[in-house]
Write a protein that binds this ligand. Structure first.
Ligand SMILES: Cc1ncc(C[n+]2csc(CCOP(=O)(O)OP(=O)(O)O)c2C)c(N)n1
Ligand SMILES: [Mg+2]
Length: 138
């Protein structure tokens, strides 16, 4: 299992987004330290709102948008997944980074595992064109 930083670096190389939008906490911190030639944006306060912000960005632009969100923040704004599935934009990719905890603020366990099944799609575990769950070690 890779670290979050390794995963984000890999995603930036493979998805080749024009813009990457990172959620708060460890994701923003890691993203800041990873070299990337495109546009970097951070949603450092509003927990989970990166989903709606990313969707809005992709709806209003031709740019390829990559959203990075943690398991805890996903729980906070899970309803945004419904909107993301409604549009299924070709230029939006959402990576849900599951470290099973609120790592930025004490490391308490999240309840993400209880909704993982709800996020599966067409019988595929976790995956759809709209979003994907990645497990990371820390
Ligand atoms: C509405 C709201 N509640 C609580 C917080 C405090 N907070 C900041 S980061 C964080 C944990 C985020 O968890 P996750 O998205 O899993 O990211 P990780 O910390 O694991 O990288 C919390 C609870 C906040 N910023 N906003
Ligand atoms: Mg987390």
């Amino acid at each position: 299992m890779s670290t979050q930083k390794e995963l984000i670096s890999r995603l930036l190389r493979s998805a080749k987004p024009d813009v990457v939008i990172g959620s708060l906490g460890t994701i923003s911190k890691d993203l800041e330290s990873i070299p990337f030639n495109g546009e970097k944006r951070y949603v450092k306060g509003a927990m989970g709102c990166v989903l709606g912000i990313g969707l809005g960005y992709a709806l209003g632009s031709e740019k390829r948008v990559l959203v990075l969100i943690g398991d805890g923040s996903l729980l906070m704004k899970m309803g945004s997944i419904a909107s993301i599935l409604r549009y299924r934009l070709k230029n939006l990719r959402v990576a849900i980074i599951n470290n099973r905890s609120y790592a930025s603020c004490g490391g308490q366990q999240t309840n993400f595992k209880y909704v993982e099944n709800l996020l599966s799609h067409d019988g595929q575990p976790y995956n759809s064109r709209a979003y994907q769950v990645f497990e990371v070690s820390e």
